[in-house]
Design a protein around this ligand. Structure first.
Ligand code: GDP
Ligand code: MG
Length: 178
């Protein structure tokens, strides 16, 4: 049997935006409404992605960021592909992903990273503080990164975001090895 390619995906963003909820949705398909801000976990997910095929994706679900600036630096230097997650009902979390993106570009060149910008909690439309177009604009500045609004709660676009990130990463690796 051929060896499955392995990809590494890191979720970064403010505490409470739904990184763990998105991760659990990807891994187990369910939404758990509990909130434990300290959870930092690493998963090996055996999956099959359109256009990529069977593969293993290592998912690193990181904990809150402010208190863990040095940890964040470590995640960034070890990461290959990043989901920058904010919550559409939390303007501060949107500002924070822009800061995180700055940090990423300080230690990595744009051609060496794959980024997907994620506006999570899109089910909370009535409490929205960040408009869809703002997410789209921000994503344009982030080295053509992709943008999706997701809901871990309702399952909206969760697998699509995951797939997009792995496809970007796979495409980048392939184009380099040419
Ligand atoms: P993290 O700190 O970024 O890992 O955030 P969590 O995944 O722990 O989620 C924080 C809180 O937001 C929890 O109470 C979740 O149930 C809730 N949450 C996460 N994703 C969504 C979502 O898409 N919609 C709604 N309404 N709540 C969500
Ligand atoms: Mg978490």
């Amino acid at each position: 049997m051929p060896v499955k390619p392995e990809f590494k995906v890191t979720l970064l963003g403010a505490g409470g935006v739904g990184k763990s909820a998105l991760t659990l949705r990807i891994i187990s398909g369910v939404f758990t409404p509990t909130y434990n801000p300290t959870i930092e976990d690493y998963y090996r997910h055996d999956t099959n992605i359109d256009g990529v095929g069977p593969c293993i994706v290592e998912i690193l679900d990181t904990a809150g960021t402010e208190q863990f600036a040095s940890m964040r630096q470590l995640y960034i230097s070890n990461g290959q592909a990043f989901a920058l997650v904010y919550a559409v009902d939390d303007r501060a979390s949107f500002e924070e992903v822009k800061e995180i993106y700055q940090h990423i570009t300080e230690s990595k060149s744009p051609q060496n990273i794959s980024v997907v910008l994620i506006g999570n909690k899109c089910d909370l439309d009535d409490r929205r503080e960040v408009e869809t177009w703002e997410g789209q604009e921000a994503a344009k500045e982030m080295c053509n990164s992709q943008f999706l609004e997701t809901s871990a709660k309702e399952g909206t676009h969760v697998f699509k975001f995951f797939e997009t990130l792995v496809m970007c990463l796979d495409g980048r690796i392939r184009s380099k090895s040419k």
